[in-house]
Design a protein around this ligand. Structure first.
Ligand SMILES: Cc1ncc(COP(=O)(O)O)c(C=O)c1O
Length: 429
C-alpha cells in the first residue's frame, strides 16, 4: 500500500502578522492590571501562540516531535544526557521515584529525606510510591534543607536524599553530593521552583542522579501544566519513558520488533500492546511542548528581570531588617527567584495576618511558603513518616512566612506599588 505523504500546513506571513497584532493588542497577555501584583504570570508573545497553532494545524495533538524537541532543548539547557517530559512537576516526582524503584536502586519501605517546608507533591509521591518521607528542618536563611540536620537524619532505611531548590535558591549541592557519596545514597533534586538556577556555571538538576522540573502557570517558564525529568542514566531514562506511557516496551522495540518481540507467553503479540510494568499515562502533548520550546529560549532573560525586581524589593526592605529575614543570594550561585520570600521575626510588633491584609488590600497577592511544615498538614499527619527533631524553622515559616510575585510581567509601576506598600506598612512600627 502506498504511504500517503503527510501534508504540512504552514503558517503564512499574513497569519503570523495577524496573530502578532492580536497578541500585541492583548493587555491580558502582557500586563496584570495596574495596581494588581499576582504571584506569577505567564509571559507569552506571538511565538508561543504560533507554535501552538502550528501543532494544532498539523494535528500534532498528542506526544510527538514537539515533545521530543522540547526534551532535547531542556536536556541541553540543564546539562544532562536525557530529559523526559510529562504532564506536571507532581507527576515528574512520582515518575522519578517509581523509576528508581523499578531500577532496583530503591525498594518499597525505604526512606527519602526531604525538607519539611515545601510543596505537598514533594512528599505525596513518596508515600504514593510506597516509600517513607523523612522530614528534616530547613535553614532559616535559604529555607532549603538544613545541611547540618541531613546527616543526623540518615538511618538504616534511608536510600534517597531529595533536596528542593526552594524559590530557586540552589541547595548546597556539593555538600549534598558529599553526604550522598559517604552514605551511598541516591540524590533526586526537585528543581520545580528553580528553572535556570545554578551553582557557578552548573545548573541545578545536573548534580544529582535524577531531577525534576515543573512548568505550571506560575513558574519561571510555563506550558500551563507540564513537567520534566532529567538524568544521565540510560536505564532510568528508558524506565521513565515506559512508566509515563502505561508501562510499555520501548519505542525502539515497538518500531523494529513489532511482531517479533514477545516473551514466553506472548509470542508474536503486537509489541505496542505489551506492558512490562505497572505504568501511568503522564505524557505531555505537542501543543503543550510547543509553548515550552519558545519559553525555554527566554528563560535566562526572564530570570535576569526577576533579579532586578528582587533587588528593588530588597532595597525597600533593607531598613526594616530588624523585623524581617530577607532572602540572600549566596556567592557563586544564581538564584532564579520563583517568588520573593521573606520571614517575619517572631518578636516583630505586627503579625503575619496584619502584613498580609495590608498587602492584599492593595492588590498584592501573598502566599505562605507552600505547605509551611508538611507533617502538620492534614494530608500527611496520619501517613507513614519520620520526623527529625522539632522542626523549629519549618514551624516558624508555617506561621510567619510570606512570598510575593517578582515575575517579569511586572512593570516599573508595579514594582513601585509593592515597594511603597512595604514601606507604608513597616514604617508604622
Ligand atoms: C517544589 C515543588 N515540587 C513539585 C511541585 C509540583 O509541580 P506541579 O504544580 O507542576 O505539579 C511544585 C509546585 O509548584 C513545587 O513547588
Amino acid at each position: 500500500m502506498k504511504k500517503q505523504a503527510q501534508k504540512s500546513v504552514k503558517i503564512t506571513p499574513a497569519l503570523r502578522a495577524l496573530i502578532k497584532k492580536a497578541v500585541t493588542e492583548s493587555d491580558w497577555l502582557h500586563h496584570p492590571e495596574p495596581g494588581r501584583v499576582n504571584n506569577g504570570w505567564p509571559m507569552f508573545d506571538e511565538k508561543e501562540v504560533l507554535n501552538a497553532l502550528d501543532a494544532l494545524l498539523n494535528v500534532r495533538i498528542s506526544q510527538g516531535v514537539k515533545v521530543q524537541l522540547f526534551e532535547e532543548m531542556a536536556a541541553k539547557y540543564v546539562g544532562t544526557k536525557y530529559a523526559v517530559a510529562c504532564n506536571s512537576g507532581s507527576s515528574a516526582n512520582l515518575l522519578a521515584l517509581t523509576a528508581l524503584i523499578a531500577s532496583g536502586k530503591v525498594k518499597r519501605g525505604d526512606e527519602v529525606i526531604i525538607p519539611a517546608t515545601t510543596f505537598a507533591t514533594v512528599a505525596s509521591p513518596i508515600v504514593q510510591a510506597g516509600l517513607i518521607p523523612v522530614y528534616v528542618d530547613v535553614d532559616q536563611n535559604s529555607w532549603n534543607l538544613d545541611i547540618k540536620e541531613v546527616e543526623k537524619a540518615i538511618g538504616p532505611k534511608t536510600r534517597v536524599l531529595m533536596p528542593v531548590h526552594t524559590f530557586g535558591n540552589p541547595v548546597d549541592m556539593p555538600a549534598i553530593m558529599k553526604i550522598a557519596k559517604k552514605h551511598k545514597l541516591i540524590v533526586l533534586e526537585d528543581c520545580c521552583e528553580a528553572h535556570g538556577a545554578a551553582i557557578g556555571k552548573k545548573k541545578v538538576g545536573s548534580f544529582g542522579d535524577i531531577s525534576t522540573l515543573s512548568f505550571f502557570v506560575a513558574h519561571n517558564i510555563t506550558t500551563g501544566e507540564g513537567g520534566m525529568i532529567f538524568t544521565n542514566d540510560k536505564k532510568l531514562d528508558e524506565l521513565l519513558r515506559s512508566l509515563r506511557e502505561f508501562g510499555r516496551v520501548s519505542n525502539d522495540v515497538m518500531k523494529n520488533e513489532r511482531f517479533t518481540h514477545g516473551d514466553k507467553v506472548l509470542k508474536g503479540f503486537d509489541a505496542r500492546y505489551i506492558f512490562l510494568r505497572l505504568g501511568y499515562n503522564m505524557r505531555m502533548t505537542d501543543i503543550t511542548a510547543s509553548l515550552g520550546i519558545e519559553q525555554i529560549k527566554k528563560l535566562d532573560s526572564f530570570n535576569k528581570q526577576r533579579i532586578r525586581n528582587v533587588e528593588a524589593y530588597l532595597k525597600a526592605l533593607a531598613p526594616y531588617e530588624k523585623f524581617l529575614i530577607l532572602p540572600t543570594i549566596r556567592k557563586g550561585t544564581f538564584h532564579s527567584f520563583y517568588g520573593f520570600p521573606f520571614l517575619i521575626k517572631k518578636d516583630a510588633p505586627f503579625s503575619r495576618m496584619d502584613f498580609v491584609k495590608f498587602l492584599e488590600a492593595r492588590g498584592i497577592e501573598t502566599r505562605p511558603f507552600f505547605g509551611g511544615c508538611l507533617p502538620d498538614q492534614p494530608a500527611f499527619r496520619d501517613e507513614p513518616k519520620r520526623v527529625v527533631g522539632n522542626l523549629p524553622v519549618a514551624r516558624w515559616t508555617r506561621d510567619w512566612s510570606i512570598f510575593v510575585g517578582c515575575h517579569p510581567a511586572l512593570t516599573a509601576d508595579h514594582i513601585k506599588h509593592v515597594t511603597k506598600a512595604f514601606k507604608e506598612f513597616l514604617s508604622q512600627y
